[in-house]
Design a protein around this ligand. Structure first.
Ligand code: AMP
Ligand code: FE
Ligand code: FE
Ligand code: ZN
Length: 280
């Protein structure tokens, strides 16, 4: 088995990137993808650790796209740190995220009167890849809320008083930049688009025409029915069925590398099928 969706301290996971391969091996995975939000910074350390363990490390990242009504995340595989169209765009997204974090801290402290500062949020994140889960962790530590989930539900989720919108790529740009950089793009947790079956089918058709290569049908938090339905949708559009846990360490304690909630089993052949979709 393999796991094609994990986060490290480089974004909003709690495990350092170099520890992800050992977690994957312990779970019985022959390969694991590191897919931090907007960043490839953990890939080299993770690849070195993976090589020493005989696990394959798939370089990756996760991009947020503009969409309504739900949220759209695209996982991009096989793009290495360094120079390239997607890599350059990631730098811009990271700068936009810095600005957003400042706005969020100001809003929470000055408008909502919550005991939280940007410095505390950055310290929680370890300096880079700051995001809402780190804000949530600070609110938990201060006793404002009882859990990361409660922090989202009361303050940080879209529509709540502490929410600040984030810079996103259009789906077309994300898919184009991924392809131009030698990457293979996959729609993450497709049900987060919050579309009914007919609309989801139409959206997947449009994304496929723009270069989408796969659907993350076998997702950590999906039921077997969800997974089966998404696998059928992938087949209808000639897309690769992929899967992963979306491990974030302590930020999503129910999701472990390789096994998700205990019922995840992503076949290694998904990675071989993705490899066949690499741009010539
Ligand atoms: P950000 O990129 O800073 O907007 O944070 C996005 C991350 O926050 C996601 O990858 C999830 O880990 C987490 N997240 C977003 N929305 C929720 C929610 N409603 N409940 C719990 N976690 C969430
Ligand atoms: Fe996340
Ligand atoms: Fe995601
Ligand atoms: Zn993710």
């Amino acid at each position: 088995m393999i796991d094609l969706h994990t986060h490290s301290t480089v974004s909003d996971g709690s495990d350092p990137p170099e520890t992800i391969p050992a977690l994957a091996r312990a779970a019985g995975c022959s390969a694991v993808a590191l897919t931090d939000h907007d960043r490839l910074d953990g890939v080299t350390a993770a690849a070195n650790a993976a090589a020493a363990l005989g696990v394959e490390l798939v370089p990756g990242c996760e991009l947020s796209c503009e969409v309504s009504p739900g949220t759209m995340h695209v996982l991009v595989y096989f793009v290495e740190p360094g120079d390239g169209p997607l890599q350059d765009e990631l730098v811009r997204l990271q700068q936009a995220r810095d600005t957003r974090n400042q706005l969020m801290a100001t809003k929470l402290a000055d408008e909502l009167g919550l005991p939280v500062t940007l410095e505390e949020i950055e310290a929680e994140a370890g300096g880079v890849g700051v995001g809402r889960p780190h804000v949530a962790a600070v609110l938990v530590r201060k006793g404002v809320v009882g859990s990361v989930q409660e922090a989202f539900d009361r303050y940080l989720a879209k529509g709540q008083a502490g929410y600040v919108d984030k810079e996103r790529l259009t789906a077309a740009d994300a898919l184009r930049l991924a392809r131009m950089s030698g990457g293979v793009p996959v729609l993450a947790h497709p049900l987060s688009l919050k579309l009914g079956p007919t609309e989801l089918d139409a959206a997947v058709g449009e994304l496929t025409a723009l270069g989408l290569a796969g659907l993350e049908a076998i997702y950590g938090r999906y039921t077997q029915d969800d997974r089966d339905g998404l696998a059928r949708l992938a087949a209808d559009h000639g897309l690769v069925v992929t899967g992963g846990s979306d491990h974030h360490g302590t930020y999503k304690p129910d999701l472990q590398v390789g096994v998700g909630r205990g019922d995840l089993d992503v076949p290694a052949q998904a990675l071989e099928h993705l490899r066949q979709r690499r741009p010539g």
